[in-house]
Write a protein that binds this ligand. Sequence first.
Ligand SMILES: CC(C)(COP(=O)(O)OP(=O)(O)OC[C@H]1O[C@@H](n2cnc3c(N)ncnc32)[C@H](O)[C@@H]1OP(=O)(O)O)[C@@H](O)C(=O)NCCC(=O)NCCS
Length: 468
Amino acid sequence: MSLLGASRTAARFVNSKNAACLLIASRNASSSTNLKDVLADLIPKEQTRIKNFKQQYGKTSIGQITIDMVYGGMRGMKGLVYETSVLDPDEGIRFRGYSIPECQQMLPKAPSGEEPLPEGLFWLLATGQIPTQEQVSWVSKEWAKRAALPSHVVTMLDNFPNNLHPMSQFSAAITALNSESSFARAYAEGVNKAKYWEFIYEDSMDLIAKLPCVAAKIYRNLYREGSSIGAIDSNLDWSYNFTNMLGYTEPQFTELMRMYLTIHSDHEGGNVSAHTSHLVGSALSDPYLSFSAAMNGLAGPLHGLANQEVLVWLTHLQKELGGEVSDEKLRDYIWNTLKSGRVVPGYGHAVLRKTDPRYTCQREFALKHLPNDPMFKLVSQLYKIVPDVLLEQGKAKNPWPNVDAHSGVLLQYYGMTEMNYYTVLFGVSRALGVLSQMIWSRALGFPLERPKSMSTEGLMTLVGAKSG
Ligand SMILES: CC(C)(COP(=O)(O)OP(=O)(O)OC[C@H]1O[C@@H](n2cnc3c(N)ncnc32)[C@H](O)[C@@H]1OP(=O)(O)O)[C@@H](O)C(=O)NCCC(=O)NCCS
């Protein structure tokens, strides 16, 4: 799409919620295909805008902190600045002001593809601008150029035992990749603060380029007898190279991966993986160290690992109840899960209060490409039953499905049955969001994160409660 075409399409989507963001985007719309040049142009303008905002409103109060919030995992507490995406409880995620359907329509696609290229989403997250086809091709080529792994990381991956979870392998390999960090090197050499973002940018581009190789190596080592991942083709897009390296040649699987890698990328700043990378990055740990920390958070069952948990739960369900199951039996099964003190994986959310649009988008993909798949039918049947059961139980604030309720079923359909691996795919995608934010965090000079903690005794004294 030409730049003019992109901004015309953008104009059609202007509404009250994203108008401000789009105005900034169109004001700065840039024709250079070099992302670093575009950022170098945007950053000083944004630094000035925020400096002026802080000068005028720096002492303005934006909310109240209650004791419940402090004990309740800081829910609803506004305490972070995160530019790349914002999550609305009812509407779901917007990437730089654009909803998932808008991104699906507006972001450039592969030749004969229908899903957006994740390269385009990265450009959007990093700049606030809908990229042109040429800008996206530039990113694909850059990532292909930067993809090679250092030999010590390959040796390390080859030496991991088969019983080490894929996410532990993924995180360890990313930590070890920090031998390549240009930010760490520049910092050791005394680089000026004003230039931090440039090295974070280089590391982020390198790391995103290398992640599919790390992920594919783990997959081949664990599930394909250590066969070679092959070579990167610089004429192919990031997802195409990734699915090739995994050993999947079905074009529809590549399309699925383009969509998957786009929608899992970012979910504002407070979720465990985004917040972790934000926090660790604030100590000026390089992007490799910050992102591997984020991956250890994503590996938790209440966060990213839920997509593995959903498939484990569905597989047990099928084993116990067989193929076609009545609604009544499903209800009993869900109640048994709840009564045994477990959660129904893939349902509920800390912020969302409606069906996750990432679930809806995957459901639409399934309706188009695999409407008669028995697992998809089961997931659809559960969609009709689980929310009512959760409402009846009356505990979960959000009874609706989240992203993880659907992703595994799509992967299974195309033959990726190794559910322990699913969170690694989520991790590859999450890099796009948290690393584009990290470039801005350093560009805007965000300080070390250091909130105040209190003991229960201290809180009681603070509010005048009687202790004991
Ligand atoms: C995502 C999740 C961690 C959000 O947690 P939260 O913000 O604390 O959620 P709520 O405020 O609604 O939780 C209130 C209660 O409902 C329970 N609850 C929430 N979702 C539930 C679910 N899917 N199944 C059963 N119980 C659930 C919580 O465990 C909590 O119980 P408690 O009072 O005994 O501690 C939670 O919904 C969950 O565990 N979901 C299943 C795992 C999952 O799908 N994770 C991926 C998220 S994208």
